[in-house]
Design a protein around this ligand. Structure first.
Ligand SMILES: *Cc1c(COP(=O)(O)O)cnc(C)c1O
Length: 459
């Protein structure tokens, strides 16, 4: 008789073999997928078989059918959106997290995985220079990290104005004004929608996309009542950072809660060379980041950090007779929107433990250095123009008029050597390059610049 454990091994061995094939294909692989969802549907779908299939055979079928539909997102030459790769220790730790299968909501129930996450949280606060007693919640991504920080803010500013949100809800509550830079990320608006706070008040930004302090001051003076200010560490197009320290000080003069969306940019705080970009950010009330972007852990992993733990626990905590609650440090389930959750902080622990303090700084500096090198390379292409000051990991380029920029972008994607998407920024079509993979190296940079050059010179 095979044991229960033996039942897993053939399928896991197949998964290891397919993983090896995938990872070794990355350096030489064209980036785009070869087939569309609809073209993949036949192999993966059709009628559900009437009976069981062997687990190893299922994994083989899955890997073979999916392969032509995989985008080489973990490639060192993938520069679309802001994606990040996966560090070796983080990927392996993620597998273990799945194998351990701990529902990591309570310290009492799953001490092993909660201890790992708490260690990761302590390291994160230390590396980023954020308050050591802040609550850290591991959520699915930046969207939910923004949601968590803004929910804590909503809780606090309404409490400050004498409104009992838990009992009365938002109906009849004083209106919460939310001031945001005009170039904030769309997920801030999304989180505000989840929270029933409606559309935020946009505040003018400068040419780099940073919130303007004079405009923020005007907006703060123009109203009163419960107020949240949401700032940005890392603009999607320019990589620029809002003037965080002064903006937070200004907002605090008006009693506002200040949240910082640093999905990819918060990590500048872990680099002595780039730390100046986030100067003063530790005086905010909450911060959102992604580990699946700059830190290079697998999807999905975001980080919600809240300095005032009362507010986040009031907003997110749940008390029930069948749970076992921890006092003091609180339970993971008090700090995130979910009750049940995987221990997604474990890959964060592994990433940090494998890199060490200097390794994290080198990772962040390396991404920014490659972004600068790509910008310098593209700048040598005839007719190309770099539109942003490359202070971090983002580059925006144009190639003359919008039509030509779009054509060059389309040719880069068709070429497949590297991948970067088009966008529109400050009224222009742009080619957007976002460097976020630990494995990008000088060769990737050179191949990418040459691909851009080919695309720009073709007619
Ligand atoms: C990616 C991103 C988000 C959203 O994060 P998800 O992980 O996609 O949910 C929010 N803000 C900024 C600045 C981002 O780059």
């Amino acid at each position: 008789m095979t044991s229960r454990a033996d039942a897993y091994l053939p399928a896991l061995d197949r998964a290891v073999a397919h993983t090896r094939t995938w990872l070794t294909s990355l350096p030489g692989r064209r980036i785009p997928p070869r087939l569309s969802v609809d073209e993949l549907a036949d192999g993966l779908g059709g009628p559900l078989p009437d009976g069981p299939t062997d687990a190893g055979a299922v994994i083989d079928l899955l890997a073979e059918c999916v392969e032509p539909g995989l985008m080489a997102m973990p490639s060192g030459r993938f520069f679309g959106w802001v994606i990040g790769g996966t560090l070796p220790a983080a990927l392996a730790a993620d597998w273990l997290t799945a194998a351990w299968d701990q529902n990591s909501g309570m310290r009492f129930a799953t001490p092993g995985t909660v201890a790992v996450e708490e260690a990761a949280a302590t390291w994160l606060l230390d590396l980023l220079g954020l308050p050591a007693d802040a609550d850290v919640g591991f959520v699915t991504g930046g969207t939910m990290a923004n949601f968590t920080g803004l929910a804590a803010g909503r809780q606090q500013v309404l409490t400050d104005h004498g409104w009992d949100l838990d009992r009365l809800g938002l109906t009849g509550a004083p209106r919460v004004r939310v001031l945001v830079g005009e170039e904030r990320h769309g997920t801030v608006d999304l989180a505000l929608r989840y929270l029933g706070l409606g559309a935020p008040t946009p505040v003018a930004a400068d040419a780099a996309g940073r919130i303007r302090l004079d405009a923020l001051a005007d907006a703060l003076y123009a109203g009163s009542g419960p107020t949240i200010v949401c700032l940005q560490a890392g603009n999607l197009h320019s990589g620029a950072f809002d003037p965080l320290g002064p903006a937070i000080a200004l907002a605090k003069q008006h009693g506002a809660w200040v949240h910082v969306d640093g999905a990819f940019g918060l990590w500048a705080g872990a680099s002595p060379r780039l730390r100046h970009l986030v100067e003063g950010y530790e005086t905010a009330d909450s911060w959102a980041s992604d580990a699946h972007k700059t830190l290079n852990v697998p999807y999905d992993c975001g980080i919600a950090i809240v300095a005032r733990s009362r507010a986040v626990r009031d907003a997110m905590g749940i008390q029930a007779s069948y749970l076992v609650h921890a006092e003091g440090p609180g339970d993971p389930l008090d700090k995130v929107p979910e009750l049940s959750r995987r221990a997604r902080g474990i890959p964060v622990w592994a990433a940090l433990r494998s890199l060490g303090r200097s390794g994290v700084a080198e990772l962040v500096d390396g991404l920014a250095g490659h972004a600068r090198a790509i910008a310098e390379g593209i700048a040598t292409v005839e007719g190309a123009e770099i539109l942003n000051d490359v202070v971090f990991t983002q580059v925006c380029a144009a190639f003359g008029d919008d039509q030509r920029t779009r054509a060059v972008t389309a040719r880069i994607l068709a070429d497949g050597t590297a991948w970067m998407s088009g966008s529109r920024w400050r009224g222009r079509d742009v080619l957007r390059v976002s460097v976020s993979n630990w494995s990008t190296d000088a060769r990737d940079v050179a191949l990418t610049v040459e691909a851009v050059r080919r695309a720009a010179l073709a007619r």
